[in-house]
Design a protein around this ligand. Structure first.
Ligand SMILES: [Zn+2]
Length: 150
């Protein structure tokens, strides 16, 4: 069996989050929303109960995939071997344009399938507009982000 630290980390799929990854596999960024007609609040990470009205009914609302960089970090060693090979890479927090209270963690890349170090750290700016793209990592389709104006 291969050493797990030789691979990029992939999401842990659970019942609450499974629809997020199913939609991602179809190239859609969807966020869980309360299905109570008087509430409708979005929530992330996915969970069974609405924190606003305590409803257990939910739906998955399609997002435009547009957002802006809310924050970012350039991880420094020590890193897992698979990540050390790609350093310097970035991890960004994206604030969704459709839901400014929802922020997702991901990587800024030049194209969906580009390596994690494809964007030079000096090109990353807080507030820069980004767009979600999707790629497969070890059998799981994950969202990544590209600059709206490269
Ligand atoms: Zn609710």
């Amino acid at each position: 069996m291969a050493d797990a630290t030789d691979h990029l980390l992939t999401p842990v799929l659970d019942d609450d989050g499974a629809p997020f990854w199913d939609h991602a596999a179809r190239g859609e960024l969807r966020i869980q929303a309360c299905a109570d007609p008087e509430c409708g609040e979005l929530r992330f990470p996915p969970r069974p109960c609405c924190p606003h009205c305590r409803s257990f009914d939910s739906t998955w609302r399609k997002m435009s995939g547009k957002g802006r960089i809310w924050s970012y970090v350039i991880p420094h060693p020590p890193l897992l071997p698979a990540y050390a090979a790609m350093a310097p890479y970035n991890a960004i927090i994206v604030e969704l344009a459709d839901a400014p209270r929802i922020r997702l963690v991901g990587n800024l890349v030049t194209t969906a399938d580009a390596p994690l170090d494809s964007v030079s750290p000096d090109r990353i700016r807080i507030g820069a507009k980004v767009q979600a793209v999707f790629t497969e990592v070890d059998g799981v389709t994950v969202p990544r982000w590209v600059l709206e104006r490269p």
